[in-house]
Design a protein around this ligand. Structure first.
Ligand SMILES: C[S@@+](CC[C@H](N)C(=O)[O-])C[C@H]1O[C@@H](n2cnc3c(N)ncnc32)[C@H](O)[C@@H]1O
Length: 756
């Protein structure tokens, strides 16, 4: 995954702490619901968005204004005044905040510088460079907008003096922003800034493995001016590079750069460094070797090798810078990680006194410190004098120490197994007596005590280092936790706003539900009060809803909702026809109706209409059943009565006509058809005056019939002349009367007058 990331982002995380990287990857896998690492790696390679998300997650950018407030107090009260002291008015004070994340730390330093300058009434030009690998974080830093919760990290005075409230956020005021330049930069890969007075690189090293930390420290030293200050976080230190920095505050991790960047570079080139040797250094080396070839130097060298004790020059922390003479008897490569520290390299037995002498010499004048010690060497006990003298560099900026080893006269041979404790086997070379033996005994005890002390000190050192790395680990875990907490807080805020929206939506929903409830009540009451039955079916003829009246035709219960109508056996004589009609309505979208009979001989009118949504989409159908049993019965009775009347009319021998109010023939007796030789079709529905050849178009008859209708009169034996089929001209006696009832029917009987 790291190589995928390196290819995509150009950044190499392989020297970042494995634990942190592992945890961050695990966290992203969890967020993207992956359990299998290979699957996640493949996903990562194929999804640039996920790649960016992981990259951002690995750059844990937790930060705050004045993080570790006491450290910033120390910076303001002790470090900055020192750094600004005795500077000319046109001095440009240069600061680099490496790994500045979203800029809070860089702005904090700018604020402090402004405050200190106001206090000391100085006014230098300030250049602060804030850099980070995270492009988005740098964009935030450049804009200088911060959320209201920064108020927790800033005093009200600072908030008021250096920030502007813009709506819901704070913005760093222009006068501070102008002091800073932000840029994307990789602190371990890209060229560093140079000639800096102050570097703040806090909470970046805690994520790096020791190897990368060392490179970074050398890089930062190179960037600083001589005596420039490095500001780390309390969890970080430059423990492995004491040659480059001198601690100013162990608690708040301020370090002063020893020598200038250029000198450091020369030192780095001597083998400790990752940087390449610059050409001018090589030139310097050539010049030095030329100088060494002068006669004076040759003489000095000869004298030194003949008469000077074996010595080394170290820095103030004991790191060897130069070796004179044969020091093999006193120093040897220390076991474990490579080191040039003179104490670590000293033979067992020399170390405690040497360490003490180094410490002592720092506080002494030019004479330094001299200590004597008994050394086991080649089966002998040799008294050795260790002298440590301070040496000042010509410019007085750097202090070195000259450590010399000198054998003293007394030399005591030890028997093969001195540890056995048999002191009688110790032979005094000078043949001295028991006092010397006693001294030897005591010295041997002392040596053993030193050894055990030494072992204890080493164990202590190891445990200190372990503690330090555990501390760093804890600190980085803490930051991860903090970033998770911040994310959770952001999520919480989002959730809260979503929640508020939900409350509003809920209120609206509740109002809609109330409205729906009352609409449903209305609907239920309406349906219950509709006299006919209603059946709502969906587009698959599944029952959607029904009224209780519909249960007369289909034996429905509440649980039948959702069942196909075809599964319910209807109380109808023929329910298949109704189903076929329903399908036709769904297919054609046209309404239809049908009269259906129940098995109990009740009649219903079934109206099938399409069910349409508001958007006119067909979504099923509604069947309305109206009880028409009474109408059907009345029709049947009416038909029977008609039949009965027609039978009477047919059985009368005299021709009879039943006319309506328009004098249209409604019914005629069989004798009428026979006597006047007309068919039923030519008579029924014809007006009386149009019948046959119009022989009934007699004005007197018209007048008479009109009076019957209007006055309810009876006409009896009205004699009229008319043309009779087959008989020619004849006389008829007409009897007419109105049949009581709403229909206004007239009964007209025609009796033929026999010829004389
Ligand atoms: C935990 S933050 C520290 C922020 C700030 N220095 C502080 O102490 O409040 C670590 C920052 O280091 C940055 N970082 C990590 N590796 C880096 C690199 N190689 N070069 C530059 N910045 C880096 C990250 O992007 C992150 O913003």
């Amino acid at each position: 995954m790291l190589s995928i990331l390196r290819t995509a982002t150009g950044h190499d995380f392989s020297l970042y702490k494995k634990g942190t990287i592992g945890r961050r990857i695990a966290r992203r896998m969890l967020q993207s619901s992956f359990t299998d690492t290979d699957a996640y790696a493949a996903y990562l390679a194929a999804h640039p968005d996920e790649m960016q998300a992981l990259f951002k997650d690995l750059l844990i950018n937790v930060t705050r204004f004045f993080r570790d407030a006491e450290a910033f107090d120390a910076l303001r009260d002790e470090i900055l005044p020192q750094l600004l002291a005795n500077k000319p008015d046109d001095y440009v004070f240069r600061v680099w905040v490496a790994g500045c994340s979203t800029g809070e730390e860089a702005y904090s330093i700018a604020i402090l510088l402004r405050e200190v300058m106001e206090q000391t009434q100085q006014s230098f030009r300030i250049q602060i460079y804030g850099t980070d690998l995270d492009q988005e974080a740098i964009a935030v830093a450049r804009n200088g907008f911060y959320p209201p919760n920064i108020a927790a990290d800033l005093t009200p005075e600072r908030l008021q003096r250096f920030f502007l409230r813009e709506n819901a956020v704070y913005r760093v005021r222009k006068e501070i922003r102008e002091m800073l330049v932000f840029a994307v930069q990789n602190v371990v890969k890209d060229p560093p800034f140079t000639k800096l007075d102050l570097i703040s690189c806090r909470n970046v090293m805690i994520y790096l493995e020791a190897e990368l930390q060392d490179r970074l420290i050398a890089n930062l030293h190179y960037a600083l001016k001589a005596n420039g200050v490095l500001f780390l976080s309390p969890a970080e230190s430059i423990a492995d590079q004491p040659a480059l920095f001198q601690p100013l505050s162990h608690k708040w991790k301020f370090y002063r750069a020893i020598g200038s960047g250029a000198k450091n570079r020369a030192l780095l080139v001597s083998g400790l460094a990752w940087a390449k040797a610059p050409a001018d250094n090589r030139r310097e080396a050539t010049a030095v070797s030329r100088a060494a070839s002068t006669i004076a130097q040759l003489a000095r060298r000869a004298l030194l090798s003949a008469f000077a004790p074996p010595s080394v020059v170290t820095d103030s922390a004991g790191n060897i810078l130069f070796v004179y003479g044969e020091t093999g008897k006193y120093l040897r490569p220390a076991p474990g990680a490579g080191t040039l520290n003179v104490v670590d390299m000293a033979h067992d037995g020399l170390q405690p006194e040497l360490r003490a002498a180094l410490l002592e010499a720092a506080g002494q004048g030019p004479q330094g410190s001299i200590r004597e010690v008994m050394l086991h060497s080649n089966g002998e006990l040799q008294k050795v004098a260790i002298s440590v003298r301070p040496l000042s560099s010509p410019d007085g900026t750097r202090q070195s120490l000259l450590v010399s080893f000198q054998d003293l006269a007394r030399k005591v041979a030890l028997a093969a197994t001195p540890a056995s404790g048999d002191d009688s086997r110790l032979v005094n070379e000078a043949g001295e007596g028991s006092a010397d033996r006693r001294i030897l005994e005591l010295e041997r005890d002392l040596a053993q005590t030193w050894e055990s002390l030494q072992a204890t000190i080493e164990r202590q050192q190891i445990s200190n280092e372990e503690l330090m790395s555990t501390n760093e680990e804890l600190q980085s875990a803490n930051e991860e936790l903090q970033s998770t907490v911040e994310e959770l807080e952001t999520s919480k805020e989002e959730l809260q706003s979503v929640n508020e929206e939900l409350v509003t939506v809920n209120a609206e929903l509740q109002a809609n539900i109330d409205q729906l409830g009352s609409t449903q009540d209305d609907l239920r009451n309406l349906l219950d009060n509709v006299s006919g039955g209603l059946l709502f079916l969906d587009e698959q003829l599944l029952i959607r809803r029904f009224t209780s009246a519909a249960a007369d035709l289909y034996p429905l219960v509440a649980t039948d909702v959702g069942r196909p109508l075809a599964d319910i056996r209807a109380n109808l004589v023929d329910d298949q026809q109704l189903l076929a009609d329903a399908q036709a309505v769904l297919a054609g979208g046209q309404a239809c109706q049908r009269e259906v009979q129940t098995r109990k001989c009740l009649w219903y009118q079934a109206r099938l209409k399409p069910y349409r949504r508001l958007d006119d989409r067909l979504d099923g159908l509604v069947i309305t059943f109206t009880d028409i049993s009474a109408r059907v019965a009345a029709e049947s009775q009416s038909r029977a009565a008609q039949h009965f009347a027609q039978s009477i009319i047919d059985s009368v021998r005299v021709p009879l006509l039943v006319l309506d109010a328009n004098l249209t023939v409604v019914s005629a007796s069989r004798s009428f058809y026979q006597r006047f030789q007309v068919g039923r079709e030519a008579s029924i529905g014809q007006r009386l005056y149009d019948l046959g050849d119009g022989q009934w178009n007699i004005p007197a008859l018209r007048e008479l019939l009109a009076s019957i209708l209007s006055r309810d009169q009876v006409v009896e034996e009205l004699a009229v002349d008319c043309e009779l089929p087959a008989h020619g001209h004849g006389k008829m006696l007409l009897n007419a009367r109105r049949i009581p009832g709403e229909a206004a029917l007239i009964l007209l009987a025609m009796e033929e007058v026999p010829r004389a």
